[in-house]
Write a protein that binds this ligand. Structure first.
Ligand code: H2B
Length: 265
């Protein structure tokens, strides 16, 4: 799935550049660029990427045969806000499906797309900068998933012992002190659920993404037990879901806000 990431990065970087370009009365900005998707394709098979988030109205299509470096077209209707890459995780690529006659076609993975909720970036976050990192963290190969409220990303981490889990949390907490940024998290024994979201201004920020990346690195160092088969949303299994709910409960009911205190009240 690395090839998707490569493509996605290209799209994310170029989407912004495409925006100001005028293309007559069609109401669409259109750019063309070259990329090599040969890794993704077997000979005489095709790779097709389609934005299945039709509600967003954006349309993206890539069509290429192995070895070719044909231009790929990215077409963005004008009414789609520049932040449309927030819905980046709604793009999905499936390996080519061989239809038996030497021809093969790909379809967008609608199931995967429907599980990937849109993400809302905080107002001080540049989506064009943040989207590639978000894609790396969330798309196949990454283990984070957008939160149900869309303003953060989250995942569970499992370690061999409580000691390892605690050491991991301690390392993350040290980084939090340095960065002045805290997670919403919950822990029971060897499982910890972490959600990164920014409270002010609300939404997913660059800091959330870099902290998520740091968590991945620290987890590796502390011997995270990885279930390769797990999808990002289910990374912690049932226990992970329960910890996610606990995180929700604490975040909603049980804690003070990190936003600066109003000293007049
Ligand atoms: C003043 C201080 O830097 C702010 O209150 C920080 C602290 N840590 C924070 N952490 C998170 N997750 N969101 C914030 O908005 C936030 N704000």
């Amino acid at each position: 799935m690395l090839q998707f990431r490569t493509l996605f990065d290209s799209f994310a970087n170029l989407a912004k550049a495409a925006r100001p370009a005028s293309s007559g009365s069609s109401g669409r900005s259109c750019i063309r660029f070259h990329t090599d998707v040969s890794q993704a394709c077997k000979a005489r098979t095709r790779l097709r990427i389609r934005n299945v988030n039709r509600l967003a109205g954006a349309h993206l299509q890539a069509h290429q045969t192995q070895g070719q470096r044909r231009p790929l077209a990215l077409s963005i209707p004008r009414h789609v806000p520049p932040t449309f890459m927030q819905t980046a995780t709604n793009y999905a690529v499936q390996p080519p499906r061989n239809d038996g006659g030497g021809r093969a076609s790909d379809v967008a993975d609608a199931a995967s797309a429907s599980t990937a909720a849109s993400v809302h970036f905080s107002s001080n976050t540049d989506p064009a900068t943040a989207a590639p990192l978000l894609a790396r963290l969330c798309t196949p190969g990454g283990r984070w998933a957008p939160s149900s409220h869309g303003r953060g990303i989250e995942r569970s981490f499992k370690f061999r012992t409580f000691k390892k889990t605690w050491e991991f949390m301690d390392a993350v907490a040290a980084a939090c002190r340095r960065e002045k940024h805290h997670p919403e998290w919950a822990n029971v024994y060897n499982l910890v659920h972490i959600r990164w979201t920014t409270h002010r201004p609300q939404g997913l920020s660059m800091k959330d993404l870099t902290m998520a990346q740091l968590c991945d690195e620290q987890a590796r160092d502390f011997g995270e037990e990885v279930d390769e088969g797990a999808t990002p949303a289910a990374a912690g299994g049932k226990e992970g879901d329960a910890l996610g709910e606990l995180t929700d409960f604490i975040a909603q009911e049980g804690c003070d806000t990190c936003a600066p205190k109003n000293t007049n009240s």
